[in-house]
Each structure stands twice: as C-alpha cells, then as structure tokens.
Write a new protein. Structure first.
Length: 143
C-alpha cells in the first residue's frame, strides 16, 4: 500500500476513534450520558461524514506541516486549530446545504452558527499536536 493511501485511511480512522472517545469523556465530565445510557458507560459517537473530513489530514496537513515546522509549537498549534475550525465550519455549512442538517449542530458552549465551538480550542490544539507527531512518524516509516 502506498504511503498517501495508508495515511488517508489511518487518519480517517484515527480521527473518528478520537472523536468517539472525546464525546464519551466530555459527556461523562459534564454528568450527562447520551442515548439514555448511564454516564459510566462512556458511550461515544461520531458520524460517517467525519471519515472523509479526517481523511483530509494527510492531504492538507502535510503541506501545512512543512510550511510552519520551524515556528514555535504554540504558534503551530494555533495555526492548526484555526485550520481545523475553518474546515469544520465549511464542511458543516456544506453538509447542511446538501443534507438539510449539519450533523454536529452545536447549541451549547461558545459556538459560531452551530458549526464550530471555540471552547474546544484546547482539545483541538492537543489533537493537532498528536496529529503532527503521528504524521511525521508515519512519514519517516515509509521513506
């Protein structure tokens, strides 16, 4: 399997798995289970729509990682988070236009039009840090 295809599949799956864990732990922390499940069940969820969105990571991020790699880590993470918010807003808007509904429709927290939640910035920065490390680790393994 070539490197780009592997990375697309890997980051699509990794992103969805990360989202399931994040949703489960966020709901547990907030003291509210989902789907009528008890909090301790740690039930999480994601959307099939998220696979192609997360699969964009090696296509877009590889270029970005190379351009900003010499910057301080905090500045890089802010750039990555801004990129994530941009992709999340655009894809949420497009999905709503195409399907009539944005799957994630934020109604709580500091959200913008229900498409992005600014209070998730620290989580997205942490996610970006992990993604950057994984990207370079996989990239080195395939060279």
């Amino acid at each position: 399997m070539n490197k780009k295809l592997f990375m697309i599949l890997f980051f699509g799956c990794f992103g969805m798995a990360s989202e399931i864990f994040f949703v489960a732990f966020t709901h547990a922390f907030n003291g509210a289970g989902i789907y009528g499940e008890p909090i301790w069940s740690l039930t999480g969820k994601t959307y099939v729509w998220m696979f192609p969105i997360y699969a964009l990571i090696p296509i877009v991020a590889g270029f970005v990682f190379e351009k900003v790699g010499s910057l301080h880590v905090i500045l890089r993470l802010l750039i990555y988070t801004t990129l994530i918010f941009t992709v999340e807003f655009i894809t949420g808007f497009l999905l709503e236009q195409i399907t009539g509904k944005c799957p994630w429709e934020y109604t709580t927290g500091w959200h913008i039009m229900g498409y992005i939640r600014l209070d998730f910035t620290p989580a997205w920065m942490f996610f970006s840090f992990i993604i950057e490390r994984l990207y370079w680790m996989i990239d080195k393994r395939f060279t």
